[in-house]
Design a protein around this ligand. Structure first.
Ligand code: PLP
Length: 674
C-alpha cells in the first residue's frame, strides 16, 4: 500500500531537485566557502546565490540573512540577541520595567528559549503569554495595553498545529509605539503565505528548511537592518560573524533548489489550488466521520492545514485508523505526539477538553498535487467505511456478539467490561473517564444494561453509578455471579471482585493491592477466596496482563520482538506459525498483513488486544511448538500480546518488531476472525 504523507507541518520529504542539488554540492562544490582558492570561491558563489534567492522569496532585500541549522537555533539566536540588548539597556541605566511576551500558541521552542536565556543572562524579566481568542488569534487589545512595558514580543506567523495565520499587520500596529523588539517565528509560513518581511517592523524571523522540502539541518534567520544582534556561536567568523562554523553546503544547496522552485512556481501550487485541495479533504473528512468538527476556522488558516476532532473517537483511535489506511497524519503536534496529552494550543483557544484531547492534524505540503489529494480523499472515505463496518462510527446495532471480557487500556491503566451476552447485562470494573464515550457507545450498540460500575481502589473512585447494590453480597450478571472481597493493606480499603461461573471462579479483578510473588495479607485473603488457577486481572498493566496464584508471572524476557532478519533464523522451517493481528477490527478491515518470507505459509487470526482474554481457549489449545507471531501498527500492542502468551507458559510467542510500520511492505490480504 502506498504511503500518503499528510504530516507536512512536522516535516516534508526532500524535493527531488533539492536532493540532486545537495548531491551535486557534495560532489562538485565541496569547497569551504571561506577558502580563497577556486574551490572555495565556487562554494561561496553558490551560497550567495541561495541567499539572494532567499531574500527575494522573503521580501527582505535589506537586513541580515544567515544560514543556521534550523528554526530552533534561529530562535535561540534571536532571543539571545534581543535579551542581550535588554540587558545592555538596563546596564546603561534604562530603569523601565519590562516584560517578555509570547503568544499562548507559540511552538515550545519560543517560550522555552525565553525562559532559558532570561535566567541564564540574569535578566529575570517577567514572562507572560499573550492570550488568543476562540479562533486562535492574538488578543490585540491586551497586547496594545501591555506593549509599552514589553521588551520582546514573540508572535508566530502561522501556527503549526492549527494553521491559524496571525494578523501581523494588527500586531505591528499594536506595537507601533512600543520599545519592544519583535520576533516572528515564520517556519510554517514559508512557501504557503506571501512574506514581505521588510514591509513590517519585524526584527527577527526564523525559518526551518525541512518544513519545506529541504533536508533537516538547514535553516535561516532574518534580522532587520539595525536590529540588535549577538551571535550564539563564535569561532571562525563565518556568515559575516553572525554564525560561526563552516556552512552546511549540501543543506544550503538543497534549500536553494527549493527557493528556486518557489520563485519559478513549480512544483508549488497556487494558493487557490491549495484552498481547493483543503476543501476536498475537508469534505471527505466530514462525510467519513459524521459529527466531525474543525478546531479552527479554515478561512483564517494556512490552506494546507486541517485540525479536527470527532466526538466519541479518541485521537489514538483515529491515528491508528488512518495509519492502517496508509495515511500519515498526526495527533496535536508531532513534538507532543508521543504523549497522550491535550493540545496546549487548543486549550489556549478555550476549546472543550474533548476537542483538545482528541485533535488530529492533517497537513499537506504546498507542492502536493490534486492527484495525491484525490487518493487521500479515497482513503479517508475508506477509513469511515472501516469504522462503520466495525460498528464504531454509528449507533446501529452490533453484528457480533461480545465476548465475556473486554479489556480497555489508557496509559497503562486497565478497565474491564464483563458482559453476559444472553441477559445483556454487564458490569464495568475500574472505569476510566477517558473511556466514557467509548463504553457508552459500546453499551448502546450491544443493547446492554450496566448492573454496576465497580472500583477496586476506592481512592480512585470516579463516582460513577449504578453502584454495588446495598444489602447484597453478590451481583448476578446473567449466569455469572460477582462477589466482592475486601483486601487489606495498600491502597486503603482496596477490594477484589471475583467472577464465578457455576462452581468455578475463572477470573478475579484484583486492582493494585496484590503483587504476584510478594507475600501480603491481601494476597493470602485472595488465596483463600480464589482458586489457584483463577486468572487474576490487575488494574495496571505493568507487563503482567494476567496471572494465576499457582503460576505467578515468570520473568518474561524484555525482548520478545523479532526483526525480519531474525524471523527465518528463529523459526523452524517446517512448522507453520500462527500470525495474529492484534489491531482493532476497524484497522484490520483496512487490511495490511506483514510479508514474512517464510517457506511455510502462516495460519492467520485476528484477535484485537482488547479481546485477548476471550481468546484464552485458542491460546490454551496451542501446541507448544507452534510459533505465534503477533503484529500491530507499531509493535506496542503486539509486544503486550506476546508477553501475555509467554506468561501463560507459551514460550514460543513473539512480536514483529516495529510493527507494520517497520516491516517489509505488507500485502493487502484480510485475515479471518477467530
Ligand atoms: N517553530 C514552529 C512554528 C515549528 O513548527 C517548528 C517545528 O515544528 C519549530 C519552530 C522548530 O523547528 P526545528 O525543529 O526545525 O528547529
Amino acid at each position: 500500500m502506498e504511503d500518503i504523507y499528510l504530516d507536512s507541518n512536522a516535516t516534508t520529504a526532500v524535493l527531488p531537485e533539492a536532493r540532486a542539488a545537495a548531491l551535486a554540492a557534495m560532489a562538485e562544490v565541496f569547497g569551504n566557502p571561506s577558502s580563497v582558492h577556486g574551490s572555495g570561491l565556487k562554494a561561496r558563489a553558490l551560497m550567495e546565490q541561495v541567499r539572494a534567492s532567499a531574500r527575494r522569496v522573503l521580501g527582505a532585500p535589506r537586513g541580515q540573512l544567515c544560514f543556521t541549522s534550523g528554526a530552533t537555533e534561529s530562535i535561540q539566536t534571536a532571543v539571545v540577541s534581543a535579551l542581550s540588548e535588554l540587558r545592555r539597556r538596563r546596564d546603561a541605566g534604562d530603569a523601565r520595567p519590562l516584560q517578555l511576551l509570547y503568544g499562548a500558541t507559540e511552538h515550545k521552542a519560543v517560550p522555552e528559549a525565553l525562559k532559558h536565556w532570561n535566567a541564564l543572562l540574569g535578566l529575570h524579566l517577567p514572562l507572560r503569554s499573550i492570550p488568543v481568542d476562540h479562533q486562535g488569534r492574538h488578543d490585540l487589545a491586551w497586547l496594545r495595553q501591555q506593549a509599552p512595558q514589553a521588551g520582546l514580543v514573540c508572535t508566530m506567523a502561522a501556527n503549526n498545529e492549527t494553521g491559524v495565520v496571525s494578523d501581523l499587520d494588527g500586531i505591528g500596529a499594536a506595537l507601533a509605539d512600543s520599545p519592544a523588539l519583535w520576533l516572528v517565528d515564520s517556519v510554517q509560513a514559508l512557501g504557503k503565505l506571501p512574506l514581505k518581511l521588510a514591509e513590517h517592523r519585524i526584527d527577527y524571523a526564523p525559518f526551518s528548511g525541512h518544513k519545506l522540502y529541504a533536508p533537516k539541518g538547514i535553516g535561516m534567520l532574518y534580522v532587520r537592518e539595525g536590529a540588535p544582534f549577538t551571535p550564539l556561536m563564535i569561532g571562525g567568523g563565518q556568515e559575516s560573524a553572525l554564525r560561526a562554523g563552516t556552512e552546511n553546503m549540501a543543506g544550503i544547496a538543497a534549500l536553494g533548489a527549493v527557493l528556486q522552485a518557489l520563485e519559478n512556481g513549480h512544483p508549488f501550487q497556487h494558493h487557490a489550488a491549495l484552498v481547493a485541495h483543503r476543501e476536498r479533504l475537508a469534505l471527505a473528512l466530514s462525510e467519513a466521520f459524521p459529527g466531525l468538527v474543525f478546531n479552527a476556522p479554515t478561512e483564517l488558516c494556512l490552506p494546507t492545514t486541517l485540525n479536527f476532532a470527532v466526538p466519541g473517537l479518541s485521537a489514538k483511535l483515529l491515528l491508528d485508523l488512518f495509519d492502517a489506511a496508509g495515511l500519515r497524519v498526526s495527533g496535536g503536534s508531532a513534538c507532543s505526539a508521543a504523549k497522550a496529552q491535550p493540545s496546549y494550543v487548543l486549550e489556549a483557544m478555550g476549546l472543550p477538553a474533548w476537542q483538545a484531547a482528541g485533535a488530529v492534524r492533517l497537513s499537506f505540503g504546498p507542492a502536493d498535487n490534486a492527484d495525491l489529494i484525490e487518493r487521500a480523499c479515497t482513503r479517508i472515505r475508506a477509513c469511515g467505511s472501516a469504522l462503520r463496518a466495525s460498528g464504531l462510527a454509528d449507533d446501529g446495532p452490533a453484528t457480533k456478539t461480545p465476548g465475556l471480557l473486554t479489556r480497555f487500556g489508557v496509559d497503562g491503566a486497565c478497565c474491564y467490561l464483563v458482559a453476559d451476552a444472553a441477559s445483556r447485562r454487564c458490569v464495568v470494573i475500574d472505569p476510566l473517564p477517558e473511556l466514557n464515550e467509548r463504553i457508552t457507545q459500546w453499551l448502546r450498540r450491544h443493547g446492554h444494561t450496566v448492573v454496576a460500575v465497580l472500583t477496586t481502589t476506592p481512592a480512585l473512585d470516579v463516582g460513577a453509578s449504578p453502584r454495588w447494590p446495598q444489602d447484597t453480597d453478590h451481583l448476578q450478571v446473567g449466569s455469572h455471579r460477582i462477589t466482592r472481597l475486601a483486601l487489606s493493606g495498600e491502597p486503603a480499603n482496596a477490594c477484589a471482585y471475583l467472577l464465578h461461573e457455576a462452581d468455578q471462579t475463572p477470573f478475579a479483578f484484583v486492582g493494585d493491592a496484590v503483587v504476584p510473588g510478594v507475600p501480603s495479607e491481601a494476597l493470602s485473603r485472595l488465596a483463600q477466596a480464589a482458586g489457584p488457577r483463577t486468572w487474576l486481572l490487575p488494574r495496571h498493566d505493568d507487563g503482567r496482563f494476567v496471572w494465576t496464584l499457582d503460576q505467578p508471572p515468570t520473568a518474561v524476557p524484555a525482548a520478545v520482538g523479532l526483526t525480519a532478519d531474525q524471523l527465518a533464523q528463529r523459526l523452524p522451517a517446517t512448522t507453520a506459525p500462527l500470525l495474529v493481528d492484534v489491531r482493532e477490527p476497524y484497522e484490520q478491515v483496512l487490511g495490511g498483513a506483514p510479508e514474512l518470507g517464510l517457506a511455510v505459509a502462516p495460519q492467520t487470526k485476528a484477535v484485537p488486544l482488547s479481546d485477548m482474554l476471550n481468546a484464552l481457549p485458542i491460546w490454551r489449545a496451542l501446541a507448544a511448538d507452534t510459533p505465534v507471531l503477533f503484529y500491530c501498527r507499531s509493535g506496542n500492542r503486539s509486544t503486550q500480546a506476546a508477553r501475555f502468551l509467554r506468561q501463560l507458559g507459551h514460550a514460543n510467542a513473539w512480536s514483529l518488531e516495529g510493527g507494520l510500520a517497520l516491516w517489509p511492505q505488507p500485502r493487502a490480504t484480510a485475515v479471518t476472525s477467530p
